[in-house]
Design a protein. Structure first.
Length: 239
């Protein structure tokens, strides 16, 4: 059920990141096109290798999530990090408990619909954390949580454990950068989030979890959109 909710939230966050005011540059359009093409190829290859049941359920959730209205200006990097962290924590828990995601496609669909309904109800509520010290404390806490998730994975064998550990290291770097440098390194933070998003895709493939694969692809698109929307320092502004 959690995988379906995370899939819906990741798609909505990705669509929000794609919503940028003004003209879209050709370079940004090309980068997004390349990322979308690779993501589509990964989903198709996953479906051909393991079956399209879980992938189709996740894609249906993504389609409904794309139809939801978008609120606000952009998706903060902290939300992308949080979604990747939650997805990898879910993957780690599924692996530790021996949970079979293919046996609960109904719960996955229910979780996605519940997330979409929650977004529709709370989407127009304006809330946020403006206290910088509180935000920094949250980032440090999430970095500590990453170490908690990575530590037990180190005692387990397999490629999925290596993927989770590498992703936790990337997320620790992203959270520490957000806590100490705030918005000074947006491209660096987006790149680390993108690595974690790719790890979500890899974990989904390793666990045969289509919802995680689609979640990771959506997060990758959001990170690419965030990274390519950043204007380099000293770059001339378009008129």
């Amino acid at each position: 059920m959690l995988d379906g909710a995370l899939c819906a939230f990741a798609v909505m966050a990705s669509m929000q990141s794609l919503k940028t005011p003004g003209r879209v540059s050709p370079a940004r359009r090309q980068a997004l096109r390349d990322a979308a093409g690779v993501g589509t190829a990964v989903i198709v290859a996953y479906g051909m290798a393991t079956g399209f049941d879980s992938a189709l359920v996740a894609l249906a959730i993504a389609a409904f999530a794309m139809l939801t209205p978008r609120f606000g200006r952009s998706t903060p990097a902290s939300l992308q990090s949080a979604l990747a962290l939650a997805a990898l924590a879910s993957a780690s828990a599924d692996r530790a408990l021996g949970f079979d995601p293919g046996a609960s496609l109904g719960l996955t669909a229910l979780g996605g619909l519940a997330a979409i309904a929650l977004a529709l109800v709370l989407g127009r509520v304006r809330f946020g954390v403006s206290n910088t010290k509180l935000m920094n404390a949250m980032h440090f806490t999430c970095a500590a949580l990453c170490t908690v998730i990575a530590y037990p994975a180190g005692f387990e064998g397999g490629a999925v454990s290596v993927v989770i550990i590498g992703a936790m290291v990337a997320l620790i770097g992203a959270y520490l950068a957000m806590a100490m440098a705030d918005r000074a390194y947006p491209v660096f933070i987006a790149a680390l989030n993108g690595y974690a998003a790719c790890s979500v895709v890899a974990a989904g493939v390793g666990l045969a979890n289509g919802a995680l694969v689609v979640t990771g692809v959506a997060l990758v698109l959001g990170c690419v959109a965030t990274c390519t929307s950043v204007r380099p320092s000293g770059a001339p502004r378009e008129k």
